[in-house]
Design a protein around this ligand. Structure first.
Ligand code: PMP
Ligand code: GLU
Length: 384
């Protein structure tokens, strides 16, 4: 069959593919340690589940407004204001079926054929594919491993052309765990304004920061705010990856174009999930403190053990990933990850689809016992 150029131009999500392979191996009884997971291992909090069950029982099972129910958009606006210092009104918010959906909605609304989108490497592997699906051209700017993959603004400026439409920012960053500092965000904000390009700020890991505090780039100034599209959701913050709720905050005209497009493509996000997301945002901060504490403990154990084995990595300041250096091995990260799975039953995501083939990504969204066992296996593989 002759498929479209669009679909032929992209590859399937390696994170989702490897994660499901590992889950399958575990179901078959193999004692695989899963460091591939891109989702919290905690269950969705009970109060969210019961609120969702009540909404099913009360018949809240029909179409909702395309952009999402007002009570949820009001709650998101409140969250933006209180947690991010961003003043979006409810009619500047569109709720979609996960932050991934929000991202592609934004790209498909902004990008024409040939428009360039800057993606900073290492990057979350879906960004380039989403840009290609939107007929755009992903322009990869690779930061150096020597600088610990911190932003390099000369490189960034050099990549901007008259076709550049936007840049994707992701802090905390998947896969490195890097958190952008305020001065770095200021520099990016300034460059974007000077060169007339939009910033798409994916803040999905904002609540998982271990050394500092999250800063939304849109909060830096009124001008930067108007030039930024902010993306977030409940997948990572409330262990709700399967519920599929994400949202954008943006300029009202962009929001109305996205709503128009979503009205023809998917309509509203699931009514039950919208209620569940509402309940999540209503919860007090103790849940967020709890998961942050847990992830920090796990991160610290993973770092200490890797140090013990003399293995280098980028120190993660946020999210729940650690980017581990495998440059002394030949064959690249895909081969390394396959060997590690075959020989030691440890599942990881190779760095190649993140734009860094000398690395693998380890997720610490798993128990301390698993981390100890898994890093022991990696240590033996590395040094054996
Ligand atoms: N952005 C980043 C950086 C991610 O890692 C993910 C992974 N799930 C998403 C967005 C999408 O999240 P969601 O589950 O809400 O679609
Ligand atoms: N974003 C997560 C990850 O990077 C989940 C999988 C996905 O959506 O790609 O592993």
């Amino acid at each position: 069959m002759d498929f479209s150029k669009r679909v032929k131009s992209i590859s399937a999500s390696q994170t989702l593919k490897i994660t499901s392979l590992i889950k399958k191996l575990r179901r078959e009884g193999r004692s695989v340690i899963n460091f591939a997971a891109g989702e919290p291992d905690f269950d969705t909090p009970d109060e969210i589940k019961s609120y969702a069950k009540d909404s099913i029982d009360s018949g809240f099972t029909k179409y909702t407004p395309v952009a999402g129910i007002l009570e949820l958009r009001e709650e998101i606006a409140r969250k933006f204001r209180l947690q991010n210092n961003l003043k979006y009104s409810p009619n500047q918010i569109v709720v979609s079926s996960g932050a991934k959906h929000s991202l592609i909605n934004v790209l498909m609304t902004l990008i024409d054929e040939g428009d360039e989108v800057i993606i900073m490497a290492p990057y979350w592997l879906s960004y380039p594919e989403m840009v290609k699906l939107s007929s755009g051209v992903p322009v990869i700017v690779s930061f150096s491993r020597e600088s610990g993959f911190r932003p390099d603004f000369d490189k960034l400026k050099a990549a901007i052309t008259e076709n550049t439409k936007c840049i994707i920012l992701n802090s905390p960053t998947n896969p490195t765990g890097i958190v952008w500092r305020e001065d770095e965000l200021q520099s990016l904000g300034r460059i974007a304004l000077e060169r007339g390009i939009f910033i798409i700020s994916d803040e999905i890991y904002e609540h998982l920061i271990y050394e500092s505090e999250h800063i939304s780039i849109g909060s830096l100034s009124g001008e930067i705010f108007r030039n930024t599209i902010t993306i977030n959701g409940v997948s990572k913050s409330h262990a709700m990856t399967g519920w599929r709720i994400g949202w954008i905050g943006a300029d009202i005209e962009l929001v109305s174009e996205i709503t128009k497009m979503q009205s023809q493509m998917t309509s509203n996000a699931s009514s039950i999930s919208q209620k569940a997301a509402f309940a999540a945002l209503k919860m007090d901060d103790s849940w967020l403190s709890f998961i942050k504490k847990k992830f920090k403990e796990r991160r610290d154990v993973m770092m200490q053990m890797l140090d013990g084995y003399g293995i280098s990595f980028i120190k993660p300041e946020g999210a729940f990933y650690l980017f581990m250096d495998i440059s002394r091995f030949k064959g690249g990260s895909l081969f390394f990850a396959q060997e590690l799975l075959d020989k030691k039953l440890v599942g990881v995501i190779p760095g190649e689809p993140f734009g860094a083939d000398d690395y693998i990504r380890l997720s610490y969204a798993t128990s301390i016992e698993n981390i100890k066992e898994g890093i022991d296996r990696i240590g033996k593989f590395f040094n054996g």
